[in-house]
Design a protein around this ligand. Structure first.
Ligand code: SF4
Length: 628
């Protein structure tokens, strides 16, 4: 087989043994790589209904089809497990050198089973696997862990995916990090921590063989050239942080726990401000000619020297959403998350829930006692120091940080149970995953895309904000077209997440980002890599299958129509300022949109998948288990 080794490596942490599974080419044609293949590997290896933090929940990694080739932005992998935050599929993407090393080691994917008794660093050294004592790495941050492993092994080419103290401590919103990039959302770090897996390291020394190197090189050169032009200038100049002012103008910038969509100090937390006052340099994932990551530093004050990469989602969550207008505190907050290994989005949204709960008088100063502030502190919106302290308390599960470490859904449910309150009304999550940086009250197509999302409140998996913001759809109203639009954008995004290719390249194929503009070129790339004969329809089906296996996973874990919901606030509390003021998504509107969406997908009214549909997609074994 070209482009693949045909081999999946299984690693059992309990028994400390490994085995190799060979998959037929037909299997690869169905699941390709990235989040689709990783989810399929979870489907095949999980004990259905298991506790996400038990040894029965496997960790699956799947390389991208283009990892280790010249194809720009193709150096990515998918990571999947049952999520401890949502109870459903947790599928994430990360990129850079780690995945290239894995590909060069000769593995298309890994499945990690069981749980270790002692903290372990699993080292995949081409075909050999070592279970190395990780006790000396405990307490180290994510970046420091990678460095320490290189030093231990005496090889600066070894690449590692690691967890930080948050994952070690069992923080449910913990991430996995490699090469400064995060496999974020859904709590992978907690799953790794539950298995005492501190790090997975890889040394790969082999090449990657493709079917038609000349064509692949020529196509890659063409795309790379296009990527240096206007189609990516937004990402290259200011990165996604440029969205702050755009979202603020539209009244969609989550402010003070999504109470408003306009932040009075948006200029001070904008991409433009970051560029002028804090940017040190831009960096790129491996295999990427775009380079969107804005490395930013604090040059003075209490947090002087703090430095990390900043993008829109972590910026909105830890800036306007906390009412903070001091970029120095925001950089410190995000650095705390990145080094501690906790999800910066979930971190910001969980802290904003705590701040609102304090401002409403349910929490008091007493609730915020910690070693640093033995008398407690007052976490009002805008208080950067309080937010930094809370991020550290979450990482360490100290004081109220224990409650917050499990995210907004858990924190609000526990609080309401213990105090007889109704804080769930401002717990901004979907299926337990904290919401992204676009307020859906005035993005009606996006609202259904988010509600039905298989991994919870995630903008990346639905992408339905795009037609709403661009005016392709009327963002303030609902109509009978929206189910189809939400299904279409979600499947479009799933193609990129499966190959995986970074979506920022999407206009560089022909200048047009739609299917007609991108799919023919993507088919050529796949064919030059594998020797297959994919066409437009085959590329389109990649996204349909990817989404279907994720949905099937959720159905087997007990998903019902009621799980496709929105936060209470988006149904009941309209914003009062800006161009999106006055809108909510009524419960009737959401149920109507869900009907339309399930119909567009070819599912039943209850959102289940007919057997014939699964068989049509080549997923007969899945049909046997969950088809209706
Ligand atoms: S554009 Fe940004 S996120 Fe995408 S591959 Fe390049 S550096 Fe990574």
């Amino acid at each position: 087989m070209y482009g693949y080794s045909g081999k999946i490596l299984h690693i059992d942490l309990t028994e400390r043994k490994t085995w190799v599974e060979e998959k037929p080419e037909e299997w690869y044609k169905l699941y390709i790589g990235g989040v689709s293949m990783a989810t399929r590997l979870c489907w095949e290896n999980i004990e259905p209904g298991c506790d996400a933090l038990s040894p029965e929940n496997p960790i699956a990694l799947a390389n991208g089809i283009f990892a280790g080739t010249p194809v720009p932005v193709g150096g990515k992998y998918g990571l999947a497990s049952k999520s401890p935050l949502t109870g459903f599929i947790g599928d994430s993407l990360s990129g850079s050198w780690f995945t290239i090393a894995l590909k060069r080691a000769g593995w298309d994917g890994l499945v990690i089973h069981g749980a270790s008794e002692e903290w372990v660093n699993v080292f995949v050294d081409d075909k050999r696997v070592q279970f190395r004592d990780a006790s000396a790495l405990l307490g180290l941050g994510t970046f420091a862990t990678e460095e320490a492993i290189r030093e231990q092994l005496g090889d600066d080419q070894v690449r590692s995916a690691t967890i930080g103290p948050a994952g070690e401590n069992g923080v449910t919103i913990a991430n996995v990090t490699n090469d400064g990039r995060q496999a974020g959302r859904t709590g992978h770090g907690a799953v790794w921590g539950s298995k005492k897996l501190k790090a997975l390291s890889v040394r790969g020394t082999q090449g990657v063989t493709v079917a038609d190197p000349e064509t692949l090189m020529a196509l890659s050169f063409e795309i790379t050239e296009a990527s240096q032009g206007p189609h990516t200038s937004k990402y290259r100049m200011l990165g996604t942080a440029t969205n702050v002012l755009n979202m603020n103008k539209l009244g969609l910038l989550p402010t003070r726990n999504y109470q408003e969509g306009v932040f009075e100090d948006a200029e001070l937390v904008s991409g433009e401000y970051l560029d002028e006052h804090h940017k040190v340099k831009v960096i790129a994932c491996a295999q990427c000619p775009i380079a969107c990551e804005q490395m930013s530093i604090v040059r003075d004050g209490e947090y002087k020297g703090s430095m990390t990469g900043i993008e829109y989602e972590c910026l909105y969550a830890n800036g306007p959403n906390l009412g903070i207008n001091d970029m120095r505190a925001i950089i410190k907050l995000i650095e705390t998350c990145d080094q501690g290994g906790q999800d910066a989005m979930s971190n910001g949204v969980t802290i904003s829930w705590a701040m609102e709960t304090f401002e409403r008088g349910i929490f008091t100063k007493e609730d915020f006692k910690c070693a640093k502030y033995p008398e407690g502190f007052e976490p009002n919106f805008g208080n950067g120091e309080a937010a930094v302290t809370l991020a550290e308390m979450i990482r360490d599960r100290e004081g109220i940080g224990e409650l917050l470490s499990h995210g907004t859904r858990y924190a609000s449910q526990q609080t309401d149970k213990e105090r007889g309150t109704e804080t769930y009304q401002w717990a901004m999550n979907i299926k337990g995953l904290e919401n992204p940086g676009y307020d859906a009250r005035a993005l009606k197509t996006f609202s259904v895309g988010l509600a039905v999302g298989t991994r919870g409140g995630c903008h990346n998996r639905t992408a339905a904000y795009d037609p709403d913001i661009k005016g392709v759809t009327n963002r303030f109203t609902v109509d009978e077209t929206r189910g189809k639009v939400a299904a279409s954008t979600e499947e479009y995004a799933a193609v990129y997440d499966t190959l995986p290719l970074c979506k920022f390249i999407r206009r560089c194929f022909t200048g047009k980002a739609d299917r007609a503009g991108a799919w023919p070129m993507i088919a050529k790339l796949i064919n030059a890599t594998t020797g297959w004969d994919f066409d437009y329809d085959d590329v389109d089906l990649i996204g349909v299958r990817a989404h279907t296996i994720k949905k099937a996973f959720n159905i087997r874990e007990g998903w019902t129509r009621a799980d496709d919901h929105l936060p209470y606030r988006w149904h009941h509390d309209p914003m009062t300022k800006g161009p999106s003021a006055g809108y909510v998504v009524t419960e009737e509107e959401l149920e109507y949109l869900k009907d339309l969406y399930y119909e567009a997908k070819g599912w039943t009214k209850e959102g289940l998948i007919p057997k014939e549909k699964l068989i049509e997609l080549g997923m007969a074994d899945v049909a046997e288990e969950i088809g209706v």
